[in-house]
Design a binder for this molecule. Structure first.
Ligand SMILES: [Zn+2]
Length: 161
């Protein structure tokens, strides 16, 4: 899924599969509940840090319980447990290396984010953020929104999100 949509043609009809619908709902909720630059910065930072903390701890834990490839205990364990044990070990080994990659990428993203988070904007610009957020992701339970939705669903063209 293209999360930026910048410079690309907006698809005529957004995908309506359950995954995409869940994404649209979550996307709008995050705008609605964090309608300023400051709040978006804090939200992204918290999401990144919680991801790093959790993935890092799991990796540490796996590394403790998973022998390095090439270490003597691997064939021994595999021999003891049979082929099933061996493939379970392989899958764990693969997961460790995947998580190492993820953590390296998260580390790079953090470095980039720090620059985004240095930015502060004056209150009128934050007000502009709130305004646009209200247009992009109005409260779904708001009466006007419900009425508008009903109108929109009577037309064949889905609105741009
Ligand atoms: Zn989809």
């Amino acid at each position: 899924m293209d999360l930026t949509n910048e410079g690309t043609a907006v698809p005529e009809e957004p995908c309506q599969c359950p995954d995409c619908q869940r994404f649209y709902r979550e996307h709008d909720r995050l705008i609605r509940e964090n309608p300023t630059l400051r709040q978006q910065q804090e939200l992204s930072w918290a999401a990144l840090q919680s991801f790093r903390t959790l993935a890092g701890r799991v990796l540490e834990d796996l590394q403790k319980s998973t022998p390095e490839p090439g270490v003597d205990s691997v064939p021994a364990a595999a021999a003891a447990g049979g082929p099933q044990e061996a493939s379970a070990q392989d899958a764990l080994q693969q997961a460790v290396s995947d998580l190492e990659n993820i953590n390296a990428h998260l580390f790079s993203i953090e470095a980039l984010m720090e620059r985004i988070f240095d930015v502060r904007v004056p209150e009128p610009v934050e007000q502009k953020f709130r305004e646009i957020a209200g247009e992009l992701a109005p409260d779904p339970l708001n009466a006007d929104r419900l009425r508008l939705n009903r109108l929109l669903h009577q037309t064949p063209d889905l609105p741009d999100r």
